[in-house]
Design a binder for this molecule. Sequence first.
Ligand code: ADP
Ligand code: MG
Length: 359
Amino acid sequence: MNNKLMMAITIVILIAVVLFGVVSQRQEENEKHNLEEYENTAMMLDTVNTIRTYGPGGEEAVQQTFSRLEEIEALLDLYDAESSLNRINENAGGEAVEIEPELLAVLEMAKEFAAENEGSFDPTIGALTLLWGWGSEEGPSVPAQEDIEQALELVDYNKLEISGDEQTARLAEEGMILDLGAIAKGYAGDEAVEVLLENGIERAFVNLGGNIVLLGTKPDETPWRIGIQNPRSDRGRAMGSVDIGEEDLIAGQIAVATSGDYERYFEDNDTRYHHIIDPETGYPAEGGAVSTTVVSENPSRIDALSTGLFVLGLERGLELAESLEGVEAVFITEEKDVYLTSGMDDKFQLMDDDFTVVN
Ligand code: ADP
Ligand code: MG
């Protein structure tokens, strides 16, 4: 073979190799972008739950996830007389109650988060929640001052006794009531992602009543854009968004939770009474924030944190959020001022110029 022919053949082969590479890369990208999408919504845990998956097997995975959420509801729901949680509540001040390992783990977590939040998130808030009439048939109303003072005596997470050896839990005083409403959806989000992963799902959007968990990146590789609701728009409009790109994921996932005074409230004599109670006063928290959004890895933790930071309020809350590694937060005030933790700057996008980013 002469040299020219050799050269020509080599060039043809090289071109073929490069072309093949380009085509197969394209194919890979196309497959990624055209991942089969599946979405379903179900009412559970007293809220609306939506799960969207990308990739094959979504329908089956989402079905299994909803079944798992039902189990969690049966374990943790304060408003279900038969729930395991209520067995502990019924025996408050009496015998320790044997409980499922799962409930034990959630209670341990709740105590840990109560400490992290300096008691502003307190899983023994139930006496106050029920006194205010949340979840009751008659609906909520303002209680008498002396009743609030009595109920305050029954709120203290240090009086929740958990024994890992005995697999039991006990509330130390009669009348104490566990309410996991501020962490149940976060925990459920955590478990939802577990079930999705077990089913081979690698990318998903999980929204359990505003508690969001993002698994993997979006198939088109654009950032996930999570809207933050305008706390004073009754149409639920977004005033801004938190954008989550691949670099923001921690161990392949990230969670976003918001607590706000607009979620559940009633008005009496022109005063707004919302459902997030300050364990120090017994009244709806008035720390200067009307909405707190938290972004971090662990869905249970940030559910508790969004409530806790709301109670702590603008100053103390911002300070705590700033001190926690890997935790970022957005606080919104009545005056439509927006406060961000330092790592939130590049994630938060303002979309409504009625609002002002202050720091
Ligand atoms: P939402 O359930 O509206 O998303 P949260 O996650 O902030 O909001 O949870 C609020 C619920 O948590 C209330 O409905 C009540 O059951 C309970 N709760 C209220 N105040 C506290 C508190 N200080 N600590 C723990 N739980 C609370
Ligand atoms: Mg919460």
